[in-house]
Design a protein around this ligand. Structure first.
Ligand code: MEV
Length: 438
């Protein structure tokens, strides 16, 4: 059967669900009832969520967890995290507590500049285009005044606009490369609005630029869009302590521990196959806070990985050294985040999460997010270089296995008891349940 349909978006929510149920399920009623089960009983709240996107049929839950005890620059934070992977929040909380007793996280925002570009084709003499750009530059600012007025009041705005010649890489390709300060907003709408106005100004002014030939006047704007590669919107998070202070129950020999740990980071510096997984571990923490605070995790992901390969090879975003008996572990990452605008004032749980974080500025949020990323990376490397990750991971995952087998409360107690001293795996838990169910 063909599943093509025209006018899907014009169907009501219930009609959409019914259409899907009929098309894809042998028991349509069951599918309909499952989808509806996830509707919020508060109609207003449901409507709010429905209107976030097009063609909403229901909600898709992810857990919201809490990692307490993050000491960042001497301030204590309780961090909300949205993630489905079972061990991530526990690992973040464990690292946070570990480092809170060893001086906490030290973070600094290195810069907060955002970037946007108007990509265009100009067929003509470069020197004339340069003259045109220099003459027109003030107009780019003037004609975006209605857009930039409020941002300027908040201390932000357009920082600079330059003309880039890209013709060596693509015939007749030039760009307006603009930099922005967007204060507490992520700035995507602001930047894109400015860029689209730059593009209009560019085309319009070219028409009346006397020394342009007819062909030169015909600038073709290909597109105007912000860049998610925010190379000058960087935050750094660091932990450090004398090696012997790393000692605790599970780290009996701190020197041995730390040397292996540093080697693990060095491997991620030179081996891309490892670096990607290493950075994925960092992003476990970063994305979870980015999501919880209503920010765009795809933008953060894209920028972070591009930054990891900025020197031509994909490398670890974190670094570790031992110098004069001091272990130092740090992370540098581009993070374009907002604490106003977008979802931050719309999604009730995002608002709640920002309150838990005591309404941070975007700069403060950058630092919290980076600290969580570093904590997550510390937890992963600590497990990987000691007992391996499966023990902790499976301990957290055991509930998922029990749920899958619809284990009763009594069975859960027996499983918990048995697996105190036995290795947890999907097969071993399933096998044990089968055994006790005989
Ligand atoms: C799993 O989600 C993340 C890790 O693979 C990260 C790492 O290997 O560093 C544990």
């Amino acid at each position: 059967m063909s599943h093509e349909i025209s006018g899907f978006s014009k169907l009501s929510k219930v009609e959409k669900i019914e259409w899907i149920a009929k098309q894809y399920f042998s028991q349509p009623e069951e599918a309909i009832s499952l989808v509806k089960n996830y509707w919020n009983t508060d109609e207003k709240l449901q409507q709010l969520h429905d209107e976030f996107i097009e063609n909403t049929i229901s909600n898709f839950y992810l857990p919201l967890g809490i990692a307490p005890n993050f000491n960042i620059n001497g301030k204590n934070y309780t961090v909300p995290m949205v993630i489905e992977e079972s061990s991530v929040v526990a690992a973040a909380a464990k690292s946070a507590k570990f480092w809170s007793k060893r001086g906490g996280f030290k973070t600094t925002v290195l810069n907060t500049e955002k970037i946007g570009q108007v990509h265009f084709i100009y067929k003509g003499e470069k020197s004339k285009l340069v003259d045109f750009f220099n003459q027109t530059k003030p107009k780019f600012y003037q004609e975006t005044e209605s857009i930039t007025k409020n941002m300027q009041k908040r201390g932000g705005g357009i920082l600079d606009i330059i003309l880039n010649d890209k013709t060596a890489e693509l015939e007749n390709y030039y760009q307006l490369h603009a930099t922005f300060e967007t204060k507490d907003s992520m700035g995507a709408n602001f930047i894109n609005s400015c860029l689209e106005q730059f593009a209009k100004t560019l085309k319009q002014e070219a028409q009346s630029f006397q020394i342009f030939s007819e062909e030169e006047k015909n600038i073709e704007v290909v597109m105007s869009i912000l860049s998610n590669y925010v190379t000058n919107c960087i935050v750094r998070a660091e932990v450090s302590c004398p090696i012997e202070e790393l000692a605790e129950k599970q780290i009996e020999n701190p020197k041995e521990f730390v040397e292996k740990f540093v080697r693990a980071v060095q491997i991620a510096q030179i081996e891309p196959y490892r670096a990607v997984t290493h950075n994925k571990g960092i992003m476990n923490g970063i994305d979870a806070v980015v999501l919880a605070t209503g920010n765009d995790f795809r933008a953060v992901e894209a920028g972070a990985h591009a930054y990891a390969s900025r020197n031509g090879k994909y490398r670890s975003l974190s670094h570790a050294t031992i110098e004069n008996g001091i272990f130092k572990f740090w992370l540098e990452i581009p993070l374009a985040l907002g604490t106003v605008g977008g979802l931050t004032s719309l999604h009730p749980l995002v608002k709640l999460n920002l309150e838990i974080l005591e309404k941070p500025s975007a700069r403060e949020l950058m630092q919290i997010v980076a600290a969580v990323g570093l904590a997550q990376n510390f937890a992963a490397l600590r497990s990987l270089t000691t007992k391996g990750i499966q023990e902790g991971h499976m301990k957290m995952h055991i509930n998922n296995i029990l749920n899958q087998y619809h284990a009763t409360a009594e069975e859960r107690i027996k499983v918990a008891e048995y697996f105190k001293d036995n290795t947890i795996s999907h097969a071993s838990v399933a096998g044990f349940l089968e055994e006790i169910r005989k």
